[in-house]
Design a protein around this ligand. Structure first.
Ligand code: ZN
Length: 396
């Protein structure tokens, strides 16, 4: 159940309440990533203190770890994660891309401009895609995932929101291949709907790559199916130009087709400027691994931009990590930059915990500010304030 509570006048931004069997999520919301059914370094009280409302776990990796036998007796993600609030799982579709063409081409799902991830060495493609489903050949072990299997696993995992099985294409795929993959994905999504026998909210996924004609066609097709919500998947951008501008364009093509009264999720995107762009395009939830993953390497988001806390300049800096931050690390523990610098250099586990808690709070709090700004018709002002206080690049 999704209720829109306020709308921005100048953009498509809206605030809403998403009700799930494990509580309500105020949107727009940031979704923490807990790939292996845990958000690394953070325990449940930390996640709550960071204002987390929703966590996404990874179907493919959990299935690989638990196996079909383990899933039969699995107590469910809420119990396993000791997380009594809302959860979502992806479908395993992203691994079709990340273990497949992404390795072969050495690309990420976002290409072009400052976002470019075209830096990896090509590696062996570990997937074989057929009309029915996908064979994975990881570590000399073969497994097979299709729409029905993905939905079955996601039902056994028991998250509140689950996703249809799909094949995200590469930003470097041509239009012919992207069309072929998109049409196959539409068939897999219809099968995902037919396979669902639970009351979990099932979201369809819009694909179509960087091609306007395909994005519109995919949005039209998926919006016509009786999903409970909709997600927009990669690839974003293409091999030239700015990925951020391209993502905005792609969302503007898709968004008019999506039913107003259903929640919308933007998959795998969630840095500061992207969040403002996504919210303005009418998206409601966003998952992004970067804030927590980079926290473990010492990258800290603050109101004044991003800083690399491991650099020598912080060794004697006794100011609070982010003096304007309301998180427990900055307020209760009053952690200074020098202290966090030392924890990282001592390789103390507490370094990753404090950095992750602070970063997750930063993004959840940003979303809270965005919700307030939409209600008060001040979204422009908030965006300008965030982006002017630092070089835009430090928030990219
Ligand atoms: Zn903080």
């Amino acid at each position: 159940m999704f209720t829109i509570t306020a709308r921005d006048e100048k953009t498509q931004a809206r605030t809403g309440i998403l009700e799930t069997p494990h509580g309500t999520v105020e949107t727009p919301a940031f979704v923490a990533v807990g790939t292996h059914a845990r958000v690394r370094t953070l325990a449940t009280p930390d996640l709550v203190a960071a204002k987390t409302q929703l966590i996404i776990a990874n179907t493919y990796h959990l299935w690989r770890t638990l196996g079909d036998e383990g899933l039969k007796t699995y107590q469910g993600l809420h119990a396993a994660m000791q997380w009594p609030y809302s959860l979502m799982t992806d479908s395993g579709g992203f691994q079709v891309f990340s273990l497949g063409i992404a390795r072969e081409q050495g690309v990420g799902k976002v290409a072009g401009g400052a976002h470019t991830e075209l830096s990896r060495m090509p590696e062996k493609n570990l997937v074989r895609i057929t009309e029915d489903g996908v064979h994975f050949f990881e570590d000399d072990h073969e497994c097979y995932l299709d729409a029905e299997t993905s939905i079955r696993i996601q039902q056994q995992l028991g998250a509140d929101i689950i996703l249809a099985f799909d094949e995200p294409t590469s930003p470097l795929h041509d239009i012919a291949y992207t069309r072929c993959a998109m049409e196959r994905t539409h068939r897999w999504e219809a099968r995902s709907l037919a396979a669902r026998s639970s009351t979990q909210l099932l979201y369809g996924i819009v694909q179509g790559g960087p091609f306007e004609e395909l994005r519109r066609e995919s949005a039209h097709a998926i919006a016509g199916m009786p999903f409970d919500g909709f997600a927009v998947g990669g690839a974003f951008g293409n091999s030239f130009g700015s990925a951020r501008i391209h993502m905005k364009k792609e969302l503007s093509w898709v968004s008019p087709f999506l039913p107003e009264n259903k929640p919308r999720h933007l998959l795998g995107i969630g840095l500061v400027e992207d969040l403002f762009d996504g919210v303005a395009a009418g998206m409601d939830t966003f998952d992004c691994v970067v804030p927590t993953r980079e926290a473990r390497h010492g990258s800290i988001w603050t109101r004044a931009g991003r800083l690399d806390i491991k650099r020598g300049r912080y060794v004697n800096d006794t100011s609070i990590v982010d003096p304007e931050c309301g998180c427990p690390v900055c307020t209760l523990q009053r952690t200074t930059k020098a202290e966090l610098y030392a924890l990282f250099h001592e390789k103390n586990e507490e370094a990753g915990r404090r950095a992750s808690l602070h970063n997750l709070f930063f993004f959840n709090n940003l979303m809270e500010e965005i919700r307030r700004a939409v209600r008060e018709k001040k979204l422009d002002e908030l965006k300008a304030r965030y982006l002017s206080r630092s070089a835009a690049s430090s928030f990219s």
